[in-house]
Structure formats: structure tokens, C-alpha cells
Design a protein. Structure first.
Length: 545
């Protein structure tokens, strides 16, 4: 095994990292998104303009500001501008429905919202009007008493909001001699993540959490200034912020992206822009590899990180030329990366999913039943301690205490195994959370919505195999006595209240769960329910690599 030196790191803020890259690579491209381009110097200047606009609107250190739009130059500029004045960015998933957006904005105590008027044929202003009617008159609204300002990117600007150009105008007229002092340990991002409860939790990550994670990861997949890194990971995920945006920021590489992931567009961009690096999960790579015009785009990829099984990883290396492929494992609560392969480690080890723990991060595997620390070769729950662990869940002290114990160990709820050389391999999630494409779905989130239907007495949700998305939701429901409903009606009802990836693909109405399997505490055994679902819905188990 090759010995690798620890990357040099000095605690810094995002503004300091941006200043360094802009000084060193001023005229080089920093961002290319949907054909629009910014050099590092232009990015720095745009960030300064928006930062002044935010200060003119009364935003300062510690304030929470949300952003809801697809990947765009404006998303990045807003995020960097907010960071430069000490504000905390709250990314809003563009696939949220109205109730989910309301919960996010309220739980996060958002003071300013930067939102696009339309995206993916979704009228976000209409959605906002539905949850915050005062946006058509004057804010605040009783439903969101802390939300004082809405800035709209686009033409549909309600009377109680302002356009993006107005923000820039306010900034141009604003003069502040002493901007807020920002420190590396200040909160930078509040990332909402799915959990085992019905309600998403706001993970608080600092500048140092995310920037150091990004710099260490960039070294693992050999990203440097002059490289061209394509990542369509949405910026409302830490895979899009830490592992994409900030990886490029800390190295001076150019990041290329798209508002949404379309396989042929991704292939075309990587080919025409001569990209050297990329990243993605099983679903994204399979959509590209299986595209009928894949062969028309001869790629020049060398390196990149993946979260894929061995079969897909092998195809990425062989068919996309990504010889320096590395495997990544992480979670939002760890900023997010816990371990990543070295790009020059043994290729077969990398393909099989073995990865080295990040520098200065502690990982141990613990028997979930006994609490005993496991030796190499034995599986256990992955627990993490060190600089990358979150500050906590916002306004959820009890949930924070459950996630991080008194000794500082973050309990991931994920199962892993270590080898004798210190590599870690993620096996599966102990919790019931499953992934639909690149999205985590907690069954309790879907069950909570189903339980709002007047005809539903009890609902249970599991993930079942899908050839394209890896898994999709399936639901079993018991109806209240005297009520009737069809599976199609219930799925349609859910579609109006849940993001698409959370809507059950399959639904069956049952009389009870007794025949499927219940625990001694009267809880449905999800593993047995999933096995039954394969039979009921005529599904085949996904091939295990």
C-alpha cells in the first residue's frame, strides 16, 4: 500500500478560501453551469455585490437564509455571499411540496428566502403564496413570522417580495465600514436530512467542517487547479456543496454542472468541455452507461468519486475511462465524507468499495446489540468522532444527544467492516432509510403523510427494488372501519403532498400485519414486510454485487 502524506490544512472561512483561489487563478474558469461561465475573479466580484445586497437587507452573522432553485450561478453566488457575512445557508430541496417547504422554512427560522419563480415546470411562487399569503402584500406572515424578505430570481415577483436586480441595487448603494467578523467554527450550512422520525432534521455544519472535508476529499480523488470537474449533484445536498462546490473552491479547479441531471446532457458536457473528473451514484452512471448514444461521446475522464456497487464501478472504469475512480461513504452529519479511497490505491480494492478513513477522523465499528467494539473483519455500526462531526441538529437537542454520545461518537446507524490495513467498507444502513436514486427516504416521513388521509388507519412503508432508481417506496395500509379507497386513489392523494421520490410506487390494502410479522412490542418487522412486498408486487431482488 502506498503511503500518503496528510494534506496541509489551516482553519479558514469560505470567504478566505474564495479570496485565495481568486488571487491565484483570477482569469481561469471557476464555474460553468448551463453554458454560463465565470472566472474566479468574476465569481469573487459577484459574491461581493450580493453580500452587500444582503447586508443592505439587514442580514448578518448567524442569520438563516434559504435558497430554493436548481443548480445555477446564482445559487453559488448567493451561498458564498451569505457565507462571507456569516449568514447560514439553508438549502431547500426543489422537489419539496408545499407542506415540506413550510416545515423547512419554519423549523430553520429562516429570515430571508432566495427563490426562483419557476423550475422543472413547478411554479414556486404559487407554492409560496399557498403557504405564505402575505408575500402578495407585505411580510411577515403569521405562518412564517421570522421570514422578513423574499428575493425572487425571475419575472414573477409578488408585491411583498423583491427581484434579484433590486437586491443588487440595494447593495450598490450600501456602504459598511465594518462587515461582520466570521470565524471558521461559525455555522455555514443547515442541511436537512431524513431520519427515522417523521420530521427531517437540520444538520448544522461549520466552515471548517465543510472546507476541510472538501480539501481532504479533493486530495483523495486527485483534484487540482486546472482540472475540469463535472458534477450534477444538486446543491441542496452536501454531495453538491462539500464534495462538488467546495472541493473545486479549495483547489482552484473548474466545476461544471447542470440545473438537473440529464444523462445525454451530462455526457455531452463532459465530452465538449474535456472534463477530467466527475462524480455520481449507481443510478446516474447507469443512465449514462446505458444511453443509446453513449458511444458518441468519447470522454477524457481520469478521476472522480462514486457511491456505487462493484458491478457499476467496474463499468465506470472500463467504459468511461475513469481509472482513478474512488469510492466514497459519508452522511450529512459528518460533513459528509467519512472515508474515501486514494486514487492510486489498488484498483480492485477501490472497485469493491474499500476506502481509507479521512485524516484525523476516528472511526470504530460497534456491535449494535452488545456495544462491543469490533476488530478488523467483523461487521458493526460505523461510529465517527473528530473535526468532521456536525455541531448538532438545529433546535433538536434530544435528537442531537441520541446521535452524538457523551464521548463525542456520532452513531451513524450504518453497517460497515474494516480490513487489516484500515480500509472501511460500507455495507448497508441499519435503519430503515432507503435510497430512491440519489435521495434518502425515511419510511416514517411517508407514513406520517399517509396517516393524514381520513380513510387510513395504519400505514407501513418500505423500499423495494427498482431497475433504474435502485429502490422505490411501497406502502401497505389498513383502512379505518367504514371507509373505502383504492390503491390508485391513495397514491394520487400522496402525490399531491409528497416530493415525487417519496410517493409510493406500489400500495396494497390489507386487513392486518399479523400474518406478515410483528415484534413483541407490536411493531411491524420491516424486513419481513419487504420480503412479502416482493411477492405481492411481483418484484425481483436487486442483484447483490
Amino acid at each position: 500500500m502506498i503511503n500518503h502524506s496528510k494534506p496541509a490544512w489551516k482553519k479558514q472561512t469560505l470567504a478566505e478560501a474564495l479570496a485565495a483561489s481568486a488571487a491565484a487563478h483570477a482569469r481561469e474558469e471557476a464555474l460553468v453551469i448551463a453554458g454560463r461561465r465565470l472566472s474566479w475573479a468574476e465569481l469573487r466580484d459577484n459574491v461581493r455585490e450580493v453580500a452587500r445586497g444582503l447586508r443592505a437587507l439587514g442580514i448578518g452573522r448567524g442569520d438563516h437564509v434559504a435558497v430554493c432553485m436548481g443548480n445555477s450561478l446564482e445559487w453559488v453566488i448567493f451561498f458564498y455571499a451569505a457565507a462571507s457575512i456569516g449568514a447560514v445557508t439553508v438549502p431547500v430541496n426543489t422537489r419539496f411540496k408545499a407542506d415540506e417547504m413550510l416545515y423547512c422554512l419554519k423549523q430553520a427560522d429562516v429570515k430571508l428566502l432566495f427563490i426562483t419563480d419557476r423550475f422543472l415546470k413547478i411554479d414556486f411562487i404559487a407554492m409560496l403564496r399557498g403557504i405564505c399569503p402575505a408575500v402578495d402584500r407585505a411580510l411577515p406572515d403569521p405562518a412564517l413570522p421570522l421570514l422578513r424578505t423574499v428575493v425572487v430570481l425571475g419575472r414573477d415577483v409578488p408585491a411583498g417580495a423583491i427581484g434579484f436586480s433590486a437586491l443588487l441595487e440595494k447593495g450598490a448603494a450600501f456602504d459598511e465600514a465594518y462587515p461582520p467578523e466570521v470565524k471558521p467554527d461559525d455555522a455555514l450550512l443547515m442541511q436537512f436530512t431524513s431520519g427515522t422520525t417523521s420530521y427531517p432534521k437540520g444538520v448544522m455544519l461549520s466552515h471548517d467542517n465543510m472546507l476541510r472535508n472538501a480539501a481532504y476529499v479533493a486530495a483523495r480523488f486527485n483534484l487540482k487547479a486546472g482540472d475540469r470537474y463535472y458534477s450534477a449533484r444538486p446543491y441542496y445536498h452536501v454531495a453538491g456543496t462539500t464534495l462538488s462546490l467546495l472541493a473545486a473552491l479549495t483547489t482552484g479547479a473548474c466545476l461544471l454542472s447542470s440545473p438537473t441531471f440529464e444523462p445525454e446532457e451530462a455526457l455531452s458536457t463532459m465530452w465538449s468541455e474535456e472534463c477530467t473528473h466527475t462524480s455520481g451514484n449507481d443510478t446516474m452512471f447507469l443512465m449514462m452507461l446505458n444511453h443509446p448514444r453513449f458511444a458518441q461521446y468519447p470522454l477524457k475522464l481520469r478521476n472522480g468519486w462514486v457511491s456505487c456497487g462493484p458491478e457499476v464501478s467496474r463499468r465506470v472504469v472500463g467504459q468511461m475511462g475513469m481509472k482513478g475512480l474512488v469510492q466514497a461513504y459519508g452522511l450529512s452529519e459528518a460533513s459528509p465524507n467519512v472515508c474515501m479511497s486514494h486514487h492510486d490505491d489498488d484498483l480492485e480494492k477501490r472497485i469493491e468499495g474499500w476506502a481509507h478513513i479521512l485524516d484525523d477522523v476516528e472511526v470504530r465499528l460497534v456491535n449494535p446489540e452488545t456495544g462491543a467494539v469490533q476488530p478488523p473483519g467483523k461487521t458493526g455500526e460505523i461510529q465517527v468522532r473528530g473535526w468532521s462531526v456536525m455541531q448538532g441538529y438545529y433546535r433538536m437537542p434530544e435528537q442531537t444527544a441520541k446521535a452524538i454520545d457523551a464521548e463525542g461518537w456520532l452513531h451513524t446507524g450504518d453497517l460497515g467492516i474494516m480490513d487489516d490495513e484500515g480500509r472501511l467498507k460500507f455495507i448497508t444502513r441499519i435503519k430503515d432509510v432507503f435510497r430512491v436514486g440519489g435521495e434518502n427516504v425515511a419510511p416514517a416521513e411517508v407514513e406520517d403523510v399517509l396517516h393524514r388521509h381520513p380513510a387510513i388507519k395504519q400505514a407501513q412503508v418500505i423500499g423495494v427494488p427498482d431497475p433504474r432508481l435502485i429502490e422505490v417506496p411501497a406502502a401497505y395500509v389498513i383502512l379505518n372501519e367504514g371507509h373505502s379507497a383504492t390503491p390508485e386513489e391513495l397514491i394520487g392523494w400522496s402525490r399531491e403532498r409528497l416530493a415525487n421520490f417519496r410517493v409510493p410506487r406500489y400500495l396494497k390494502i390489507v386487513d392486518s400485519f399479523e400474518h406478515i410479522g410483528m415484534t413483541g412490542s407490536a411493531k411491524v418487522q420491516k424486513n419481513k414486510l419487504r420480503a412479502q412486498a416482493l411477492i405481492d408486487f411481483g418484484l425481483e431482488e436487486t442483484k447483490k454485487a
